[in-house]
Design a protein around this ligand. Structure first.
Ligand SMILES: [Zn+2]
Length: 259
């Protein structure tokens, strides 16, 4: 009797082991992938009034690190609305960092800056050893460094069209910090977005050198990031502007093989 029970026990153990091994071998690859991919949320400048959420989408596979930023200027609606659409993006490789409301207090009041706050896009280091001016600027810059961001798109808006020479607006431009990778990518993005725009004054123009103190300028010049500002014109409907911003980011992600 004892022997029979022991045999039954051994049989059960062997059977269960076999089932476990077979499950591991034949598991759906998508399930294994899902187990390693992750989506996390982090608060920048936590404990400060400027605290804001950073979304980190990790594919679990090696690849480029891309950062999408919106809301550095709180009145540039299409920027933060488009950026927020990427917080749940599915990517094939690399990492995607999304900071939809960089200047959350400015977004809340729909102003360029927070009340009694400074211009966030003039608050980043102006020299290689310099530091950012505010808590939130310091934390954003630290994020770019810590995650070793390769590509950065900062979404902004201008009040008019760059091609309207009566104004000094940079609406409908892509302003990049030149590098061997950034320059051809900037051309690719502008050419592709422009294909869907019929009126010539609405087409995007390529400009070089984001303004000193801006996130794109400091990241490009001092951290070697392929960085650019994408500016839509507020003269267009909000949905057109959001669409153009999303397109620019999608072209970037697609060109990098992440979508
Ligand atoms: Zn702006």
């Amino acid at each position: 009797m004892k022997k029979v029970r022991r045999n039954t026990y051994y049989f059960l153990v062997s059977f269960l082991s076999a089932v476990m091994i077979l499950t591991a071998v034949f598991a759906n690859p998508a399930e294994i992938e899902a187990a390693t991919a992750s989506q996390t949320k982090k608060v920048l400048a936590s404990s400060k009034v400027s605290a804001t959420e950073l979304y980190i989408i990790d594919s679990g596979k090696p690849g480029p690190v891309v950062m999408i930023v919106g809301g550095i200027h709180g009145n540039e609606i299409a920027g933060y609305r488009a950026a927020s659409k990427f917080t749940n993006a599915k990517i094939k490789k690399g990492k995607l960092l999304v900071l939809p409301q960089a200047n959350k207090r400015a977004v809340a009041i729909s102003r360029r800056t927070a009340s009694r706050g400074s211009d966030l896009n003039r608050s980043f280091p102006r020299t290689s050893r310099g530091s950012a001016n505010t808590y939130i600027a310091r934390d954003i810059y630290k994020t770019v460094k810590d995650y070793k961001v390769d590509w950065l798109i900062d979404m902004h808006e201008g009040f008019d069209y760059y091609k309207n020479k009566k104004t000094n607006s940079v609406g409908q431009t892509l302003i990049y910090y030149p590098s061997s990778k950034m320059t051809p990518m900037a051309k690719k993005i502008v050419n592709t977005v422009n294909k869907d725009i019929s009126k010539s004054y609405r087409k995007f123009t390529l400009l070089r050198y984001p303004v000193k103190g801006s996130l794109a300028r400091s990241s490009g010049q001092f951290l070697g990031v392929n960085a650019f500002i994408f500016e839509t014109s507020m003269k267009q409907t909000l949905s057109t502007r959001i669409n153009q911003q999303q397109k620019a980011a999608n072209i970037l992600l697609r060109e990098l093989g992440m979508l």
